[in-house]
Design a protein around this ligand. Sequence first.
Ligand SMILES: CC(C)(COP(=O)(O)OP(=O)(O)OC[C@H]1O[C@@H](n2cnc3c(N)ncnc32)[C@H](O)[C@@H]1OP(=O)(O)O)[C@@H](O)C(=O)NCCC(=O)NCCS
Length: 188
Amino acid sequence: MIDIKSIQTDRLILRAWRDSDFAPFATLNADPEVMQHFPWLLTRAESDDVAGRIVARMAERGWGWYAVEVKGGEPFIGFVGLNVPTYEIPCGPCVEIGWRLSRAAWGKGYATEAARAAVGFGFEILNLPEVVSFTVVANTRSRAVMERLGMIHDSANDFDHPSIEEGHPMRRHVLYRLTASDWRAAAG
Ligand SMILES: CC(C)(COP(=O)(O)OP(=O)(O)OC[C@H]1O[C@@H](n2cnc3c(N)ncnc32)[C@H](O)[C@@H]1OP(=O)(O)O)[C@@H](O)C(=O)NCCC(=O)NCCS
């Protein structure tokens, strides 16, 4: 097992979760702006459940959705990292890059900075051939992060999310891909 406890960037630390992260995570999961592209806001109990599953998966694999801390600043602004989707999507089995930051942490380049480091870790340490990402069609901020990372929209494989009910406006998802070879070519 490759056990990566933390990843550092210029401004951020991607690290293992602490118990003290659960409360600020619940706050962002209850923020309608952060959760605009999710079907519902999370209660404290639901948020703790999600955080608990993230922690368990990280313990199992040695990597995952890291808690993000600002160096010399906020101890917890959300999560960024890699995950293996548990439901069926048109790339499985695959590894996705994902992110969710508190509203106050948007507009500073933190998501892209953390995601670049996580993708680099995926290709260089885990030797993944490809990383994917997906979101609801209307989530332009998230799609912009994917595009900044150099991910390519694979429109032929856009899909209806299996855990969102038929007819729901958030059901349709766009799929973006980044191969290790494209990543290395862009890095020069
Ligand atoms: C998706 C999400 C992580 C994007 O966050 P973000 O802050 O917009 O993304 P980035 O980290 O790439 O920051 C880019 C912005 O920071 C600005 N910025 C400021 N200082 C910067 C710096 N030093 N370096 C880079 N960018 C900087 C950029 O100009 C850009 O601004 P713009 O959005 O006005 O064009 C955030 O909106 C979020 O958490 N959303 C809710 C959860 C969600 O939808 N997750 C995805 C579900 S699949």
